[in-house]
Design a protein around this ligand. Structure first.
Ligand SMILES: Nc1nc2c(ncn2[C@@H]2O[C@H](COP(=O)(O)OP(=O)(O)O)[C@@H](O)[C@H]2O)c(=O)[nH]1
Ligand SMILES: [Mg+2]
Length: 259
């Protein structure tokens, strides 16, 4: 005869074993999925900030994950490359101009199975890298982008830039039905193995909206709120030219051939 106490005892042991098993598979799962992280940073004359950005990333790299920091540099005339190399980053030369081109070259050279991107200007929160990676794993997502409007620090974005970004995001939402509030954010965390699925045609700033459109349509993707801080060093973007180009790009991608 098995008494009630014994049944409770069996159940306790069973659930304890189950918990241990879940823990084991959880860890194995993380190990299996996250062997290596590649942080990719495009640079063009960012000597004032690149060292600070690399230090900031290193300070917050998730424990237990191997990582590399790749700098994709286009003709910096200052000490950007020297500083990056002295801090142990891999410096890749990409003389062809364009933010999108730089990222595509970075993706080709990345050895990690997880890729994280951000600017070389101290605007993005490197301290969020570990929890964004954890979220990717926990929710079984493939692509995370970030919403800077959630916690915009004073002076981080000019009014014109903010209005332009909002407008581009609304157009992207209408034309492509993607759930993004910040189509121009440059901080993404994603699994490298989704790249062959994504049709990335832009070599310019429009790559930022294009990668989100592609990822939201073809992979499990989500947008996450982040903090956005004022820039160190000079902005490389031309608000009106790039804004207009990005708008045209959305229409071309939707209705014609995007270039
Ligand atoms: N390699 C490379 N990097 C670029 C180019 N244009 C911009 N960047 C970098 O891309 C990032 C985004 O540029 P940024 O001026 O911060 O634009 P914003 O954040 O949209 O205002 C910065 O790290 C720049 O140094 C380019 O043509 N080539
Ligand atoms: Mg920037």
């Amino acid at each position: 005869m098995i008494g009630e106490g014994q049944i409770l005892g069996f159940r306790k042991v069973f659930f304890r074993l189950k918990k241990r098993e879940n823990l084991f598979y959880g860890v194995a799962h993380i190990r299996h999925r996250m062997r290596r992280l590649s942080v990719i940073i495009p640079t063009m004359n960012e000597e004032q900030s690149i060292g600070l950005v690399i230090d900031d990333i290193r300070k917050h790299l998730p424990p237990g994950i191997e990582s590399e920091i790749l700098i994709v540099d286009t003709d910096s005339k200052d000490r950007t490359r020297e500083i990056a190399a002295s801090k142990g980053a891999v410096v890749i030369d990409e003389p062809r101009r364009g933010y999108g081109r730089a990222y595509k070259t970075g993706f080709e050279n990345a050895s990690g199975d997880i890729i994280c991107t951000l600017d070389a200007d101290m605007t993005y929160p490197a301290d969020r890298i570990p929890d964004l990676i954890a979220l990717l794993d926990k929710e079984q997502l493939e692509f995370l982008t970030t919403n800077r409007f959630a916690q915009m620090e004073p002076g981080a974005m000019s009014a014109s830039h903010r209005i332009g970004n909002k407008l581009l995001s609304i157009v992207a939402r209408i034309l492509f039905r993607v759930k993004v509030k910040d189509s121009q954010s440059g901080m993404w965390v994603f699994r490298k193995d989704i790249l062959p699925r994504l049709d990335l045609t832009s070599d310019k700033m429009a790559l930022s909206e294009e990668i989100k459109i592609e990822a939201f349509r073809k992979a499990r993707a989500r947008e996450v709120p982040i903090r956005y801080s004022p820039r160190v060093g000079e902005v490389k973007l031309n608000t009106w030219d790039d804004g207009l180009q990005n708008l045209k790009f959305l229409f071309k991608k939707r209705f014609g051939r995007a270039k």
